[in-house]
Design a protein around this ligand. Structure first.
Ligand code: ZN
Length: 401
């Protein structure tokens, strides 16, 4: 599918993104270098290319960060399906993000419409992938309609044979499943999670930490015990999630799950990321695997805005910049088993490249509850998507007084 999404770029003209700080954790690179692009593909990454390629188009990236195309692993971008989603390009390329993963906005019976309307739509410039909700009818809406109508906890809404068919037929864009771990009769077991596990194969399952209105979910202990290595919990740094005991240390069940390979995803959202929890867990050495936004209509204006701003918050908590970049490039690519195609600047790859800048100056960053003051933050200048430059248009922050 990468070939398909790169195919429209047939120009052999060479563009060189010159003199930027290239941070490509997949290849262990962090230093000044040039990146050459031709025909929608990365052809070389090394210092001094610009001098050796007369006639190439030179883009001066001095003072900027050049990274593999950013990947936002938790978004809601099936715009027009319900009233919860944002336009894919607002979350994606207009924020400097080349790949977004829609996290379970749509169930199996609705998925093909979402695919046609957004993922495959010729006007969509962002690479859109998806995590499928196993229910026949799941639709994320502002008022949680599938929870309000109690079909998110009704096993009659599950048709695992059909969900498996949708996974199979859309294997080029469906990279895992998103499960709401509601229960029906046994409060320790979610038939939706167990059903997803029975058809997911080695695809990852993302589960939201926390509750939903109207429908009960299994406890955090039961959830952590049920997830497999390679599965992930999103909203991992929310408050009072149940991963810590009364002594504020990780519970034995949480430690076991991490040892099994459970992955932690930020999924910032409007109320699901707390600086306090993040500081505490990072202080214990429990790092997020991936940084994602959970961008939707409720949080786009405040407090989330964009993936680069969410990265800035993790950076402001003391996580080194190259690790922050890894959490939005190689780490999400590995999580969805697309590391052979996405998340690095290796020559031969589709030219999905992000161009960021570090803005020096005081900035107040909010998690929706608490604010912290950072000394610098990240803004997107834009990105190359399959070699085509797209300037960022998402609103930027003003310097604090
Ligand atoms: Zn979400």
């Amino acid at each position: 599918m990468v070939a398909r999404q790169c195919r429209h770029m047939t120009s052999d003209r060479v563009t060189i993104v010159a003199n930027g700080r290239v941070i490509d954790p997949a290849n262990g690179r962090d230093g000044i270098a040039d990146v050459a692009i031709a025909g929608g593909t990365i052809v070389a990454v090394e210092p001094g290319l610009a001098q050796r390629r007369p006639g190439a188009e030179i883009v001066d990236a001095a003072g900027k960060l050049v990274t593999p195309g950013l990947i936002d692993l938790h978004t809601h971008v099936f715009d027009g399906l319900g009233d919860f989603c944002l336009p894919a390009d607002r979350v994606g390329v207009e924020s400097g993000v080349t790949t977004v993963v829609d996290a379970g906005t749509a169930g199996a019976a609705i998925f093909n419409l979402a695919r046609r309307a957004v993922i495959d739509h010729p006007a969509t410039r962002t690479r859109v992938l998806a995590l499928l909700d196993p229910n026949q009818i799941y639709l994320a809406t502002k008022h949680f309609i599938c929870h309000y109508l109690e079909i998110a906890n009704d096993e009659r809404n599950l048709d695992l044979e059909d969900a498996a068919r949708v996974l199979r037929e859309n294997a080029d864009v469906v990279v895992g499943m998103k499960v709401r771990a509601t229960y029906t009769t046994d409060p320790h077991r979610s038939p939706f999670l167990e059903g997803a596990k029975s058809i997911a194969g080695d695809l990852p399952i993302m589960v939201h930490m926390g509750e939903f209105p109207h429908t009960p979910v299994i406890t955090t202990d039961d959830l952590l015990s049920s997830l497999r290595g390679g599965d992930l919990i999103t909203h991992c740094f929310r408050a009072s999630s149940g991963v810590l005991g009364d002594d504020l240390k990780p519970t034995a069940i949480f430690r076991d799950a991490l040892e099994r390979g459970l992955l932690l995803d930020i999924g910032h959202s409007a109320g699901d990321f707390h600086f306090g929890t993040a500081r505490h867990l990072i202080g214990l050495g429990i790092m997020p695997n991936t940084i994602s936004t959970d961008l939707n209509v409720f949080n786009v204006d405040h407090p989330v805005r964009s993936l680069p701003l969410t990265m800035s918050k993790i950076w402001a908590l003391g996580v080194p910049l190259d690790a922050v970049v890894a959490m939005v490039t190689v780490a999400p690519a590995r999580t969805i088993h697309r590391e052979a195609e996405l998340g690095s600047l290796s020559p031969g790859r589709c030219a999905d490249i992000s161009l960021l800048r570090v803005v020096e100056g005081r900035q107040v960053l909010s998690d929706g509850y608490e604010t912290i003051t950072a000394e610098r933050w990240l803004e997107a200048d834009g990105c190359w998507r399959a070699g085509e430059w797209i300037a960022a248009r998402a609103p930027s922050l003003e310097r604090a007084a």
